[in-house]
Design a protein around this ligand. Structure first.
Ligand SMILES: [Zn+2]
Length: 457
């Protein structure tokens, strides 16, 4: 019975496993490339010179690796930060203090000098009513673990509009972070079309604690000035590179990451690491003596951070092929130790894939339950594309996420290589196994990063 089952489902060719895992674990190429991307190109916010340089860099590397690589144009928002500052103004019983502050991505610029009022949720801000008029609404929260990010992210994405509706002149928020040495964490905000557009900024968690303590004593005034602005949309591109399948080239296993990053640092963890991992997985698969049956496609998306233009653009450009996208991954959870492979497919997908994941045992990775989604993959949901993920330990991911501390030194080369090896193994398995995964029920696109941007000016 077991033999019969193996005959039908097949399993991972041991010589291929040895080549993929051995090469990814020993080449050092993913780490060297991440160093090159972060130290020689640096921050890669959409529309910036860094983003453009990264596109050209990745195209060249993927071509050198023997993949059929090309660019697919997308228009991206072009937001620039400018000078920014903020301070607690001195008053009787309050020491003047310079705040560690940074504008939220896509915020309008402007300045304000006003009394601060604290809110713990969007609903609490709404209930402030006239008490918020002419003031700065300060959103405070209790994020202490990675899973809290989803609980409080609406303060960032919708906080400025919620504050503006009750007459506030600016919005501050406690950084969405699990660790801090007074580094503020940025991230995209958006504006409701029917609310005034007021400046929004994040402050370090330490400074949020300070404001909270001062507000217990009495009135607190803050001055802030944000020099950020939105320029006209810019031309950019997704980088798309194929290891063409030997039998069914029209069937595609997509392995992606996002090439853009925030501007405050090098974007090493978010998402340079993911870029290095999927490039390495593509490289080791392309170097095999024989390509897998199906095409393995590396996609480096542009503009995940503040618009999702690359994810939406890819889905639109490939609409006719999405029914033949047999699985997709986005590596965008940092480079912690890889723990598990996660799968979102139709019923029976896990038992079909499990026999093909034997090479992962040596890496200590199991097939587990959990979220396999990626922001750039969300536009594929209506087409019912099965999703998979190699899930790393994210315990410290939000310590540095979207902050000036997201730098190359935070990346462990061994963990980076193990993630790359695991992605290569799962991608190869999905591209080589005789059948394809059952597809999940199509979901409407939830557009979790849908953005209403300020008009370019
Ligand atoms: Zn990311």
């Amino acid at each position: 019975m077991l033999l019969a089952l193996l005959f039908v489902t097949g399993n991972f060719p041991p010589d291929v496993a040895q080549k993929l895992v051995g090469e990814a674990l020993t080449s050092g190429i993913a780490y060297a490339r991440l160093e090159e991307l972060t130290d020689t190109i640096g921050p890669r916010l959409s529309g910036s010179a860094g983003a453009e340089a990264a596109v050209q860099w990745a195209l060249k590397k993927l071509q050198q690796d023997g993949l059929a690589a090309h660019l697919e144009p997308v228009k991206v928002p072009h937001w620039v930060r400018g000078e920014e500052s903020g301070e607690v103004l001195p008053s009787p019983g309050v020491a003047g203090y310079r705040l560690a502050l940074t504008a939220l991505g896509n915020s309008v610029g402007g300045s304000a000098s006003a009394e601060v009022v604290e809110a713990r949720s969007l609903a609490e801000a709404a209930s402030l009513g006239a008490a918020a008029r002419g003031k700065i609404v300060f959103f405070n929260h209790t994020m202490s673990a990675p899973e809290d990010y989803g609980k409080f992210i609406e303060m960032r994405t919708r906080g400025p509009s919620a504050a503006a509706r009750v007459g506030a002149v600016a919005m501050l928020m406690r950084s969405l972070a699990t660790g801090s040495l007074r580094s503020p964490h940025t991230g995209m905000t958006s504006y409701d079309p029917d609310a005034p557009r007021i400046p929004g900024a994040a402050i370090s968690t330490e400074d949020a604690d300070l404001l909270h303590r001062l507000l217990r004593r009495g009135p607190v005034r803050v001055r802030l000035s944000l020099g950020c602005r939105m320029l006209p949309d810019a031309d950019s591109a997704n980088v798309v590179a194929d290891v063409r399948g030997r039998e069914k080239p029209e069937e595609v296993v997509l392995i992606g990451a996002h090439l853009d990053s925030w501007d405050l640092a090098q974007g090493a963890n978010d998402d340079g690491a993911g870029v290095a991992m999927v490039m390495e997985a593509g490289r080791v698969i392309a170097a095999l003596p024989q390509h897998p049956r199906r095409t393995v496609r590396v996609v480096l998306f542009m503009n995940e951070e503040n618009g999702l233009a690359g994810g939406k653009g890819y889905a639109a450009a490939h609409q006719g092929e999405l029914g033949r996208h047999v699985a997709a991954l986005e590596a965008d959870s940092g480079a912690g130790p890889p723990l598990a492979v996660r799968l979102r497919s139709g019923d029976g997908g896990s038992s079909m894939l499990a026999p093909w994941l034997a090479p992962l045992a040596s890496l200590g990775i199991e097939l587990g339950e959990g979220d396999a989604s990626g922001a750039d993959l969300s536009p594929l949901d209506p087409s019912g594309v099965p999703l998979f993920a190699v899930h790393p330990d994210v315990t410290h991911y939000f310590d540095i996420h979207h902050s000036a501390a997201d730098t190359f030194d935070k990346i462990d080369p061994g963990n980076l290589a193990r993630n790359a090896a695991a992605i290569a193994v799962v991608a190869y398995a999905l591209a080589e196994m005789p059948g394809t995964l059952p597809r999940p029920a199509p979901k409407p696109s939830h557009d979790k990063q849908e953005v209403t941007r300020p008009a370019a000016h």
